[in-house]
Design a binder for this molecule. Sequence first.
Ligand code: FE
Length: 351
Amino acid sequence: MFKNASSLAVAALAATTLFSAVSIASAQEQVNLYSARHYQTDEGMYEAFTRTTGIKINRVDADDAGILARLKAEGAASPADVILLVDAARLASADAQGMFQPIKSKVLDTAIPANLRASPTADGVTWTGFSTRARVVVYDPARVKATDVDTYEKLADPKLKGLLCTRSGSHPYNLSLFSTVVERLGDAKGEEWLKGVVANMARAPKGGDTDQIKAVASGECGVALTNTYYVARLIKSDKIDDKAVMQKVKVMFPNQATTGTHVNIAGAAVAKHAKNTANAVKFMEFLSSPFAQDYFANGNNEFPASKGVTVNNPAIAAMGGANFKSETIPLGVVAKNQVKVQQMLDRVGYK
Ligand code: FE
């Protein structure tokens, strides 16, 4: 897939160069999109954008790390106009490496809550979240009481010794969550919390979020952390094994009585060296529309980021709906805390 993507980008770059060299006034308007999202349901959304604006989308699909490596390698010659990534930690890291440019858009200012975007500067805002996902607790009700896992703080309680499973602490999903916990508790208590979490591990961190859910169902773990869309995928699955998993586990949205459940984003930014900047902004604004939000959020069982937009998704309804209390710490804070939290993870031995 990466090979294909790579030739696509070269073709897009060649086309851009050719067009500017001969100044074809009638050249079709286009926007070059580098996307870490690869959901079939996004296709209809892209087609609708081209239909309504006349702007053609040239898309390069790769995973987040692949996209960032590629942008680095291409430098100022990069044909990328819009970059779509998942998780604020990744967006913030790309931003810190100078891969984005700030934009000003009244449409985005109005549609997307400020805490789901990069911190604004006089030049505008770099990245913007277009869907949200919550980082929730999954537990085995036969071994663990709901009241023992109803906050992130309790994950460090010795009551849960030998029961906790997570993927790598350095994975962006965990780094982002831990960054907000440290922001709330302060550095000393935050690190103490991480130490307690490590002390409660049932096994060394490994696998992805779905593996943690399955390990709770199999009895290897009693409590785990996962993003909501992985739960939704299992809820929607036709496989007998997946159905059995969901019968064994329960989902807890932590901190409902206090600071709210941690939410993260999938988001986008205009590339630093974008050649089609106006089209890139138009595409970003389109993503915030109720129509696109339905595709964007529903396609991966996420929640819409735009204010006032709701989606109808039975799997999300089965998890208790989208009306839970969300944490309000600006995701821009993640950027500030990331390096510090990684150093804490190293100190407390969180693999
Ligand atoms: Fe994921």
